[in-house]
Structure formats: structure tokens, C-alpha cells
Design a protein around this ligand. Structure first.
Ligand SMILES: Cc1cc2nc3c(=O)[nH]c(=O)nc-3n(C[C@H](O)[C@H](O)[C@H](O)COP(=O)(O)O)c2cc1C
Ligand SMILES: [Mn+2]
Length: 462
């Protein structure tokens, strides 16, 4: 077996990249895991957590696998700095999967009336959550016209022994595939892969045109083909090295209450009528490890989602404006772009390209290359000193966005805003910056002027 979830966990336990902690004290799936993740984040820690004892369950739970960029980078065998480039390469050079006939994930096969989702340690994270959720499942589904397989993460609400409520954003690919099957009046077969190597997670979240091949991007990230195996009860091929696979189908035209659910925006999404997956089989490895991604506004969701998003924005914007230098998701639905502007109007071209790259984008800001976009104070300084709103801001009214934005209309209709915060007409012809001559800066040594230098450190804010 090539690189899979277990070899990743072993590697992390050995290297402790970003932190790795085994917890023996029993935890409850209701609120306790999310309390521990939340408290650690308050202390600015995102270690991989392995809960050995989970109340009422036999499976151990791991969380925070993709919460740290260094951890994801190590799993992909690149440095943290080279991570974006690696993802970009995988988008450019996907490697097709290979089918295998025997797979660890099918060591145990449970079918029919034996299926019991309640044996999985699904979680309840917040006081507002309407039920127990499976969050670390990659949903695989086939386009009925092309036969291509699409991958995405979708929250799944446990609704009894063999039923799951599923949320599919309107405008994203899984929803489009389900729509095609509804038009035919037929159920959509799906499989859910739980316990995945970071290459699978980042590849599954690849964003791009409808035909973008997520499974090939996983291979590109790994540097070798992903091994896939045929499901037992549905016509789909799934990662052979996953921990657990749920096989089933989503009936057309059936809608039931799903939610509320505390989302990554930090808000609880109200319950709504959403489709339902009926689970026909569960296959798993011997002694499966259950993976969870803590629901709500936590590092793991933000880290794993922004890595492929930023790589996609970068490649799409670069196609339109080669002068783009860097991009960064600064907040939900918010992108900052830096560029080396050569010609007037280019910042707007970059913004237009960004809005075409992903429907989730709501606010985008372009700054000059002298601004470090990781430093939001500098970005705000550019907004304060290089922008005139009537000239530099545009609004695209009532476009499609994410329905998870609580200020949007229910199905995600929203205004989009682009801000050109570059100096006009150019940085060179803009007001000069006030700087002390470099020669003097080099010559002056503070210890020659101030006794007891360096001074004891002081707070940076007044
Ligand atoms: C942890 C996690 C959970 C997610 N849950 C959902 C979800 O419930 N529904 C949804 O539409 N997208 C969800 N997403 C986002 C999609 O997985 C993502 O936009 C994906 O690229 C969509 O792929 P597609 O366009 O191929 O369908 C989630 C992302 C992450 C990282
Ligand atoms: Mn897709």
C-alpha cells in the first residue's frame, strides 16, 4: 500500500510536525472534542489529536490532521514555502489513479440491515448544532454524461441507522450532478471516504472548471497514482487506503430538515430542507480510525480549504495578469492579491479574473507588490492611503456566492466588491515614501547612543 492515512499518522507521530498528542482520558462526542480543539486554538496550538477512548464508541478519533500548513507540507514531502507551488504543479500535471482488486478499506464489509451509522463517533460541536455530524468525509459521485468522478467535502448529518442529511452548495459540482440525476428521475450513487491522506484532502478540494479532475490532482500531489477500488454496492471507485467508506445513494426530489450547523464562517446556519443519502454498505479496515474535522470557525477547515483555493486563484489570475505576485485568503470569502502593476487597469483585470475563479469569492482587494499581504495592517494602510472609493471600488450586484454568508439572500445571491488599492497611476509616480537614507541606517548603531540597549520589550500597541 502506498501512502495512506495510517502511514501519514505514523509519520506525524514520529516527527510531531505541528504537534501530536495522544489523549487517554475518555471524551464525549457531544461538545467535548470541540471544546478541547477550541481551547487549544485559544492558546494558538493546533496539534494533531488522537483520542483513544470515546464515550459509547469503540473507534478512536483523530482531529486536526490538516490544521497546520507545515503538517500538510511534510505529508506532501515539500517545505512549507514550496506548498503553494506544489499544489499549482498538481493542478497542471495530474496523475490518473490505478484500480486495484484488493483494498485495506474493504477488509470488513457491512451491508443491508447490519449497517449502523450510529456506531461511528460522529460529533456535535456547538449548542446550536441540530444533530451529530460526519465532517471529514470526501464525497465521490459520477457525472452521468461523462462518467467522470467528482470529489468534494460535504457535511453529513446522522439521521438514524442508515440515513444522512447532506448539504450541497448550489452552483458547486456535486449539486450540479445531483441536479442532472433529478432531471432523469434517478437516484445519485455516492460514496464517502473517511480517513484520508492530506494529498486526498487537498486534491478533493481542488477548485476549477466542472471537468477539473480531483482524483488526478491527488495523484499529482502524491507524485504517484492514487490506488482506487471498486465499491461493493455502487458503481464507483474509492480510495483503497481510506479507513472507512460509506456507500449509498441520494434519491431524487426527497428533502428533509438538515441543520442547524455551526459553520466555518463562525455562524450557525439555520436548518433547511436538504437531500438525504441512504447508506447501503459500510466498508472499513480492521480497527478503523475515525477522522473528524472540527465544525465551526477552526484552523483545520480554514487551512485545508485555503491551500487549494489560493493555488486556484493564483493560476487563474496569472493567466489574465502575469504580473500577479501572491494571493491570500484573509477571511471567509475575502481575497487579497498583490501584483507588480505595469499598466493602468491591470488591477481590475486581476479582480475580474479572481471573481471568475470561484463563486465563493465575495470581496477582493488588489495591492502593489510592496505590501506584504500576510500583514493585514499594511493592507489596511494601502486601503487608507491609495484608495478613492468613487474611483477604485466596483460592485457586481446580485451575483452567485456562498449561501453560508449570513448576510446573503437564502440561496447565496449577494453583491461582490472589488477594490483596486494599488497606487495610481503607478507606484513609481505616486507620492514618494519617507525613508531615512540607507547609508545612515547602516552606520547608526543604537548601542552607541543608548545605554543598556537592547531595552526591555514593551507592548507594541498604545
Ligand atoms: C471541512 C469542509 C467541509 C465542507 N462542507 C461542505 C458542505 O457541507 N457543502 C458544500 O457544498 N461544500 C462544503 N465544503 C466545500 C466544498 O467541499 C468545496 O467547495 C469543493 O471544492 C466543492 O467541490 P465541487 O465543486 O467539485 O463540488 C466543505 C469544505 C471543507 C474543507
Ligand atoms: Mn469538482
Amino acid at each position: 500500500m502506498g501512502e495512506d492515512f495510517r502511514s501519514f499518522l505514523k509519520d506525524m507521530e514520529e516527527t510531531k510536525e505541528g504537534g501530536f498528542i495522544r489523549i487517554n482520558k475518555e471524551v464525549d462526542t457531544q461538545y467535548e472534542v470541540s471544546a478541547i480543539v477550541t481551547k487549544l486554538e485559544q492558546a494558538r496550538q493546533v496539534p494533531l489529536l488522537w483520542f483513544e477512548k470515546v464515550k459509547g464508541h469503540t473507534l478512536p478519533v483523530v482531529v486536526n490532521c490538516y490544521a497546520d500548513r507545515g503538517r500538510v507540507a511534510r505529508a506532501l514531502r515539500v517545505s512549507k514555502r514550496a506548498l503553494n507551488q506544489r499544489v499549482d504543479q498538481a493542478y497542471q500535471y495530474p496523475i490518473p489513479p490505478v484500480e486495484v482488486s484488493r483494498a485495506p478499506v474493504q477488509e470488513v464489509v457491512i451491508q443491508g440491515t447490519e449497517v449502523d451509522l450510529q456506531k461511528l463517533p460522529a460529533m456535535m460541536y456547538h449548542n446550536t448544532d441540530g444533530g451529530f455530524y460526519i465532517t471529514a468525509g470526501i464525497v465521490l459521485a459520477k457525472d452521468p454524461d461523462t462518467g467522470d468522478c467528482n470529489l468534494s467535502y460535504n457535511r453529513l448529518m446522522v439521521k438514524g441507522k442508515n440515513r444522512l442529511g447532506i448539504f450541497m452548495t448550489v452552483g458547486k459540482h456535486l449539486n450540479a450532478i445531483y441536479g442532472k440525476m433529478e432531471e432523469r428521475g434517478e437516484p445519485l450513487e455516492v460514496a464517502v471516504s473517511i480517513g484520508n491522506h492530506p494529498a486526498s484532502a487537498i486534491g478533493a478540494l481542488a477548485i476549477g472548471p466542472y471537468h477539473e479532475n480531483e482524483i488526478g490532482i491527488i495523484g499529482g500531489l502524491k507524485g504517484s497514482p492514487l490506488e482506487i477500488v471498486r465499491c461493493k454496492t455502487v458503481d464507483l471507485l474509492v480510495p483503497a487506503g481510506a479507513e472507512i467508506i460509506l456507500e449509498g445513494e441520494i434519491a431524487p426530489y426527497v428533502r428533509e430538515e438538515e441543520g442547524p450547523f455551526g459553520e466555518f464562517t463562525g455562524y450557525a446556519i439555520r436548518s433547511a430542507k436538504n437531500p438525504v443519502m441512504r447508506v447501503k454498505a459500510i466498508t472499513h479496515r480492521h480497527n478503523p480510525i475515525y477522522q473528524d474535522i472540527c465544525g465551526g470557525q477552526h484552523r483545520e477547515h480554514l487551512t485545508m480549504a485555503t491551500i487549494p483555493m489560493e493555488a486556484n486563484y493564483f493560476r487563474v489570475i496569472k493567466g489574465a495578469v502575469p504580473e500577479v505576485e501572491a494571493v491570500r485568503m484573509a477571511a471567509p470569502f475575502t481575497l487579497i492579491i498583490s501584483m507588480r502593476k505595469k499598466y493602468e487597469g491591470q488591477a481590475r483585470s486581476a479582480l475580474l479574473a479572481a471573481f471568475s475563479a470561484d463563486l465563493y469569492l465575495k470581496h477582493a482587494i488588489v495591492v502593489d507588490h510592496d505590501i506584504d499581504i500576510a500583514d493585514l495592517q499594511r493592507v489596511f494602510w494601502a486601503l487608507a492611503t491609495r484608495v478613492q472609493a468613487s474611483r477604485d471600488l466596483f460592485i457586481i450586484p446580485r451575483a452567485r456566492g456562498s449561501s453560508l454568508d449570513p448576510s446573503a439572500e437564502p440561496l447565496g445571491v449577494m453583491d461582490k466588491m472589488g477594490i483596486d488599492a494599488t497606487a495610481k497611476p503607478s507606484l513609481e509616480r505616486f507620492s514618494p515614501l519617507n525613508t531615512v537614507p540607507q547609508e545612515v541606517m547602516d552606520r547608526i548603531k543604537l548601542e552607541d547612543y543608548i545605554k543598556n540597549f537592547p531595552l526591555p520589550s514593551q507592548g507594541t500597541r498604545d
